[in-house]
Design a protein around this ligand. Structure first.
Ligand code: PMP
Length: 493
């Protein structure tokens, strides 16, 4: 059935409530559910109608037949919607609510800071930014200086500008290019989107920034026959060096990568890949920028994802889990000796980049409290334990006809769905949506690598709060297994 168009709702606003709701009901739902909802809860129906009229959602097709949850509360790993239905959020929102929902301590930290000093720009300074920067430097286990912004995209934009400027200031003025991997995501703004290796996220927004190049990701599951995982990973790393050489070493400023491609399909490299990437960057004077927007803050079972692989990044970008999503905040951490080169020159030597809200005092105070909670409750270690158990539980599904591969990194897990295990033919977007829908119907929210590269949107993702209880984990496993078994038993996909 069709959906209620925006124009339709506008016109209907002026007519009496029940008639006004009728097209909403017929437009939004093909089943009896929404009609029951009308009787039960007028507010939700009304909110849905207004939502259709006023809110432009992220990543949702206007022709989508589904309706959003109107989420009204959260506690631990669970959210509740306007109908009072509870869901376990095995995606932590968008990979960010690492300490779980409903933490009063975080709200208090923000409130107290707001009452003391609600805002001051970081053209000057304030205590929460100083304390948080010091704490982040400790978590990074290196000598880093921190630049604050509000989102992961902005943190990456700052990193690109810093890298280009740094290269110029050390006399490498022709270096401006960045290399990243296909299937990786680095943000929505024009520079960060240029670094993104997902064609479907770029389609209709191009041309983007010049100087962003892409190479193949170390997707070991799809490696050519006859190659070992190590050989294939070395081959993928070599693609970076080849690109640097073919483009001209003197033209390349940096390489940007997540330690593990997360939202792009949970693509986990072998240690040899990252060892080699580090070596290549060092050898050619190319800065290694590590995007920790998802992998950071305990998600990987370490404080930062790169620590699993003992990398020494030049620049680290982070967001999401920094505040567990409670307030917007991101950061670009830069090695101290790189930062020092911004002091050399009087006129244009400093970083001429301002972010009005970046490092907002309340967001910084909240982030500090967030890190304190993670330390106090041992959530980084908990992530490692929960991740192992999730993986063990999920591996029972490897025999399932639709499950091609299961990959995990700390408490982040991807299930790659295929229609044919021998050919590895990716499962359709419809099959992925169906499984997600079935999980949702049973109270479990899971994610997917949607709209990345055509034909490769077949990975289900799990990234639950690190504070999840044993019961939460059991619920995730039992619900997902039940859905998969039901599908395996002949439900059409
Ligand atoms: N980098 C990575 C790895 C991400 O996953 C994201 C967001 N999903 C970003 C950057 C961009 O972050 P934001 O949406 O906060 O701009």
């Amino acid at each position: 059935m069709g959906i209620c168009t925006q124009t339709g709702v506008t016109e209907l606003n002026s007519i009496p409530a029940k008639r006004w709701l009728q097209p909403v009901i017929s437009g939004l739902a093909t089943d009896k559910e929404l009609i029951a909802l009308f009787d039960r809860n007028l507010d939700t129906a009304e909110l849905l109608a207004k939502d259709r009229q006023y809110v432009w959602h992220s990543m949702v097709s206007y022709h989508a037949n589904s309706q959003p949850l109107i989420v009204t509360g959260g506690e631990g790993s669970w959210i509740v919607d306007s109908n009072g239905e509870r869901y376990l959020d095995a995606m932590s929102g968008l990979y960010c609510v690492n300490v779980g929902y409903g933490r009063k301590e975080l709200a208090d930290a923000a409130y107290e800071q707001m009452m003391a000093l609600a805002y001051y720009p970081l053209t000057q300074s304030h205590t929460p930014a100083i304390r948080l920067a010091e704490k982040l430097s400790e978590w990074l286990e290196g000598d880093y200086v921190i630049f604050f912004s509000n989102s992961g995209s902005e943190a990456n934009e700052a990193a690109f500008k810093m890298a280009r400027q740094y290269q110029q200031q050390i006399g490498e003025s022709s270096r401006y290019k960045f290399i990243s991997r296909y299937r990786a995501y680095h943000g929505s703004s024009m520079g960060a989107l240029s670094a993104t290796g997902q064609s479907q996220r770029k389609y209709k927004y191009e041309p983007l920034s010049a100087g962003f190049l892409h190479v193949c990701p170390p997707d070991s599951y799809r490696r050519p026959a006859g190659q070992t995982v190590e050989q294939f990973n070395l081959y993928c790393a070599q693609a970076i060096e080849d690109t640097i050489i073919w483009e001209g070493v003197e033209s390349v400023a940096g390489v940007i990568m997540e330690p593990v491609i997360s939202g792009g399909g949970v693509i986990v490299p072998h240690q040899v890949y990252l060892d080699r990437v580090q070596e290549i960057c060092n050898k050619h004077g190319v800065l290694l920028i590590i995007d920790e927007v998802i992998c950071g803050f305990g998600r990987s079972g370490f404080k930062f994802g790169y620590q699993n692989f003992k990398l020494k990044p030049d620049i680290v970008t982070m967001a999401k889990g920094l505040t567990s999503g409670y307030l917007p905040l991101s950061a670009t951490a830069v090695r101290k000796d790189i930062y020092d080169r911004f002091k050399d020159e009087e006129d244009y030597g400093f970083f001429r980049h301002v972010n009005t809200f970046g490092g907002n005092p309340s967001a910084c105070a909240l982030a500090l409290k967030n890190l304190e909670i993670m330390e106090r409750e041992g959530l980084v270690e908990r992530s490692r334990i929960l991740g192992q158990r999730l993986e063990e539980g999920m591996k029972q599904l490897l025999d399932h006809p639709l499950v091609g591969d299961i990959r995990s990194f700390g408490f982040l897990l991807g299930v790659e769905l295929v229609t044919n295990k021998a050919t590895k033919e990716p499962a359709s977007v419809d099959a992925v949506k169906k499984i997600i829908g079935q999980c949702k119907a049973r109270g479990l929210i899971i994610g997917k690598n949607g709209d990345t590269a055509a034909g490769f949107n077949n990975v289900l993702t799990f990234s639950p709060p690190l504070s999840s209880t044993d019961e939460d984990l059991a619920f995730i496993l039992s619900t997902f297994t039940a859905v998969m078994n039901e599908i395996g038993d002949g439900m059409p996909v």
